[in-house]
Design a protein around this ligand. Structure first.
Ligand SMILES: O=c1ccn([C@H]2C[C@H](O)[C@@H](COP(=O)(O)OP(=O)(O)OP(=O)(O)O)O2)c(=O)[nH]1
Ligand SMILES: [Mg+2]
Length: 148
């Protein structure tokens, strides 16, 4: 039975990327790796493909957090602070649910992220609904698709 987990996006199936794993028994975060080598100019923001999509139960979310070593060791930050990966992002007809890490180069030099390098971490969590919540429908697009 599938409860929650990760799969490769179709276009990355043959690239030999590993699914996210936790590095120890008590770690909360599943480490995501860069699916491609990406070069960022000073100050530049880029979406780094992970090649991964995540499925989960209703009432669950996957939070994408920066690795705390990124700013000091890589000169990169997850510029949207925390990525909120919605359950209905999985399988959307636009991009299948491909998860991207939005990184900014905070140095004055070019920074390269190598394919296979750990870049961000994902933590599954339950979330709560407000009274009289009436949201309905399912996401049909990728990033920035629900209007301004
Ligand atoms: O760091 C992130 C943040 C989001 N997403 C994907 C999953 C999420 O379900 C979708 C939409 O994210 P969000 O709602 O934060 O972005 P938005 O700017 O509001 O876009 P939309 O109008 O598509 O909701 O984009 C990522 O891949 N990485
Ligand atoms: Mg949104």
């Amino acid at each position: 039975m599938k409860t929650r987990g990760f799969e490769l996006v179709t276009a990355y199936e043959k690239t030999g990327i590993d699914l996210p794993v936790r590095s120890t028994a008590h770690a909360a975060g599943y480490d995501f790796i860069a699916a491609e080598t990406v070069s960022l100019n000073p100050g530049e923001i880029k979406l780094i493909p992970t090649g991964i999509k995540a499925y989960m139960q209703a009432g669950e979310v996957l939070y994408l957090y920066d690795r705390s070593s990124n700013p000091r060791k890589k000169g990169l930050v997850l510029i949207n602070s925390v990525g909120v990966i919605d359950g209905d992002y999985y399988g959307n007809p636009d991009n299948e649910g491909h998860i991207f890490a939005q990184m900014k180069n905070i140095t004055d030099q070019v920074v390269e992220v190598a394919k296979g390098e750990r870049i961000v971490q994902g933590v599954f969590a339950p979330f709560l609904l407000a009274d009289a919540d009436s949201a309905e429908g399912t996401r049909i697009g990728g990033f920035g698709s629900t209007g301004a």
